[in-house]
Design a binder for this molecule. Structure first.
Ligand code: FES
Ligand SMILES: [Fe+2]
Length: 378
């Protein structure tokens, strides 16, 4: 049973989460189901930290836009006339209507309700029929800008003006995966799934390899991961395999390795949780990511994006060979989606209790610890 909303952040609820991993328990079940706890997560996590929202190459030209969201808070990403990517709240400054949906290109951001038009820098430039409105000044009604920073072609948004820089937030991430040369990678696909589970269920699943020999027995086979030293808002592991992690276990390596790989990136594939709700994999010949976007406490929209080096995408056989990668992702994600929905169904029971963790579930504890520390500190 959930505690009252006012008591949810009592540290006593989380004392067992903050123990060393092999002495710890998972989060209380109500953390995965309760609407009040979910509201606190949005206030104390999602609205305070850097959230991955999309790849820079999804909007190459001025006027290209992507309407997306952070924990269901709608935002606009748009390329301005100078080539700078910008982010705004996706709410009209007249009476709040969502301005853009999906993705595309526009000449101006025009509200579909009463036709107010905003420039790519957010300025209100055209307002029909407001000439008799007393004291109305267009300059007071620009779109609400959001902090947008990028790392290696990945765009992040932050709602908190006082938050640290993205570079400080990500800490040593570049030291581990910088040599994959992500700015030269091309996003080739974004597949969207609707999954009936809490966002933490999904992130925890990705951060543990305990389930892999069972849930992915036929598709991937077992994958033993080595934890990485972690600093900053991520945790992860290295799976020391020579061939790509981007295809199923019975496939051979179809594409050549990324030429720039150096150091640790030559030792295996990186599997990283970027908090709060992005999961990221970089392997010998490609990368993929998951945007685990909360839709309330018991549902996510899962976006699975993927990218390959520009010279790989230019190969004559790219379109046919890449199907092997897409088949791997579609298969393994279906397996994870289904098991996460089953876990959510069990966690929804009033009888569900926290559980102990195996050696191969240290990543679950890393995720839960980050969440609890942030929730209690905010
Ligand atoms: S709500 Fe946008 S123009 Fe009226
Ligand atoms: Fe999995």
């Amino acid at each position: 049973m959930s505690p009252a909303a006012a008591d949810m952040l009592d540290p006593a609820h989380f004392a067992n989460v903050l123990k060393p991993p092999l002495e710890a328990e998972s989060l209380p079940a109500w953390c995965y189901t309760d609407p009040d706890f979910h509201r606190l997560e949005i206030e104390r996590l999602f609205m305070k930290v850097w959230n991955f929202v999309g790849r820079d190459d999804l909007m190459p030209n001025p006027g290209d836009y992507l309407a997306t969201d952070v924990a269901s808070i709608p935002i606009i990403l748009i390329r301005d006339k100078d080539g700078t990517a910008r982010a705004f709240a996706n709410s009209c400054r007249h009476r709040g209507t969502q301005l853009l949906t999906g993705e595309g290109n526009c000449k101006a951001i025009v509200c579909p309700y009463h036709g107010w038009a905003f420039d790519f820098d957010g300025a209100l430039v055209s307002v029909p029929g407001m000439d008799e409105t007393v004291g109305f000044d267009k300059d007071d009604h620009a779109l609400i800008p959001l902090r947008l920073e990028s790392w290696a072609g990945f765009l992040f948004v932050n709602f908190d003006a006082k938050a640290e820089s993205l570079a400080d937030y990500l800490g040593t991430l570049s030291d581990h995966i910088g040599s994959y040369n992500f700015p030269d990678m091309v996003t080739t696909r974004r597949k969207v799934w609707d999954v009936a589970c809490n966002w933490k269920v999904y992130l925890e699943n990705q951060r543990e390899s305990y389930h892999v020999p069972i849930v992915h027995r036929e598709s991937l086979g077992d994958q033993v991961a080595t934890p990485l030293d972690q600093e900053g808002a991520w945790s992860g592991s290295l799976i020391p395999v020579e061939q790509t992690a981007g295809v199923m276990k019975d496939e051979t390596t179809p594409f050549p390795p990324i030429k720039s790989l150096a150091g640790e990136a030559l030792e295996g594939s990186h599997f990283l949780g970027l908090y709060p709700s992005t999961y990221f994999v970089a392997t010998t010949d490609c990368f993929w990511w998951m945007e685990i976007k909360p839709r309330g406490p018991a549902r996510i929209e899962l976006v699975v994006g993927s990218g390959f080096p520009r010279e790989t995408v230019a190969r004559d056989d790219f379109e046919s060979v890449v199907e092997r990668y897409y088949r791997r992702w579609d298969t393994s994600h279906k397996e994870d989606n289904d098991i996460c929905e089953l876990q959510q169904a069990g966690l929804t029971s009033p009888l569900a209790l926290p559980g102990r963790l195996a050696r191969r579930e240290r990543g679950v504890n890393a995720v839960d610890r980050w969440i609890v520390e942030r929730m209690l500190a905010a």
